[in-house]
Ligand binder design. Structure first.
Ligand code: NAG
Ligand code: NAG
Ligand code: NAG
Length: 358
């Protein structure tokens, strides 16, 4: 008798676990931002080859063909989807039949939070929001109000945005560098991010995951502007101000918006660890990129369709932290995504928790 009850309890437990797992698998992943997360949207827009990665040797490691991802292989959004038991999340603009039920990737390489950042070359952040709203409408049409809302509420919204708003000022020697103070400009960027989060919240979104801005003065393209090859301090100052303000805003939103949950990943510190101490993480080279031209291979030339056509490619990409003059290798992205999935930073949730929490 006792054995039988235990057996019944066990089956109930197994059934319950299966139910939890099957509900879990339905949490969609919506992805916004820049090249750290873009899985190929820029392949399908009228833009310049300067902001596209649909050329060899991009993609050589994992896909064995260029997909539009700015790396040798998978990027952070791919690894997060993998951890969540989701398939690769399709780019919003990818032609073909997609139901988008597992989520959509709206990110666009070179995009910033401000419409002015690389304007005309990218799907800017507000346009990404408009594209999300099209999918939201599709969900309502397909599932009805109640079920659509349930899915949008259980979804995780992943963001990497801001780095291009700052880096582009230096790459173009923008007059903004002298007309705005650093904090005034950061305030505009953060203001625009806040309004996008709030709009997604208003559609039912509750689970938000953020990467902060990396130390952009230490990417190879910034290092070459210093004669001594050291990091360029000014771009990194913007990043630090931005990161402090972003964390502050997320805490404020948590107070203000019922049910708002977030994950904050300290991309700045964790990526910099690999740059400063490559051997600790299984790399041999933290400063020079695998693919590019000149000192640190810091000239934006990988693939041969940019302004400079000649480029070098390293022998063993797994030895390198940087893939090209501004992006990391798949090996770095995998390590960082594993951390994001598991780690709680500054009292925020891990992404794993966001997926599991109801
Ligand atoms: C693409 O952009 C260029 C320059 O902005 C423009 O001249 C051209 O008409 C555009 N093509 C399409 C198909 O929209
Ligand atoms: C950047 O622009 C400023 C004026 O806005 C000019 O004084 C400076 O020389 C320029 N720097 C470079 C590297 O072109
Ligand atoms: C968003 O950025 C634009 C510039 O692109 C700026 O005019 C506007 O004030 C910003 N919005 C907020 C809420 O900060």
């Amino acid at each position: 008798m006792e054995k039988k009850i235990n057996f019944q309890l066990l089956s109930i437990f197994i059934l319950a676990s299966l139910l939890i797992v099957s509900t879990l698998a339905k949490n969609p992943l919506f992805i916004f931002g820049d090249s750290i997360l873009d899985a190929g949207n820029n392949n399908y827009i009228n833009t310049s080859t300067l902001v596209q990665a649909n050329i060899r040797p991009y993609g050589i490691t994992f896909f064995h063909f260029p997909t539009g991802r700015f790396s040798d292989g998978r990027i952070i959004s791919d690894f997060i989807a993998e951890h969540a038991n989701l398939p690769f999340i399709p780019p919003f603009l990818q032609p073909g039949k997609h139901h988008f039920y597992n989520g959509v990737n709206f990110a666009s390489a070179a995009a910033g939070a401000l419409a002015e950042t690389n304007q005309g070359l990218v799907i800017d952040f507000h346009m990404q929001l408009q594209n999300y709203k099209k999918v939201e409408k599709l969900f309502r049409h397909k599932f009805g109000e109640v079920e659509a809302k349930k899915r949008l509420t259980s979804a995780v919204y992943l963001f990497s945005i801001g780095a291009n708003d700052y880096l582009s000022l230096f790459l173009t020697n923008s007059s903004i560098l002298t007309t705005y103070t650093k904090s005034e400009y950061v305030e505009l960027v953060i203001g625009n991010i806040t309004s996008v989060i709030t709009e997604i919240y208003n559609t039912g979104g509750r689970k938000f995951a953020f990467l902060n801005v990396p130390k952009i003065g230490c990417v190879p393209v910034s290092r070459i502007s210093n004669a001594d090859g050291e990091c360029n301090t000014e771009p990194s100052e913007y990043a630090m101000l931005h990161n402090r303000a972003l964390f502050h805003v997320l805490e404020e939103l948590k107070m203000k918006l019922p049910g708002f949950k977030y994950s904050f990943y300290d991309f700045y510190t964790c990526a910099q660890q690999r740059i400063d101490y490559p051997s600790k993480y299984g790399f041999k080279e933290g400063k020079t990129a695998c693919c590019g031209t000149g000192k640190f291979r810091g000239i934006w030339s990988c693939g041969g369709t940019r302004l400079v056509k000649e480029f070098e490619l390293c022998e063993n990409v797994n030895d390198y932290v940087f893939w090209d003059s501004t992006h990391f290798t798949e090996k770095v992205y995998e390590q960082l995504a594993d951390e994001m999935w598991n780690l709680h930073s500054y009292g925020s949730h891990s992404i794993k928790e966001l997926f599991y929490l109801s």
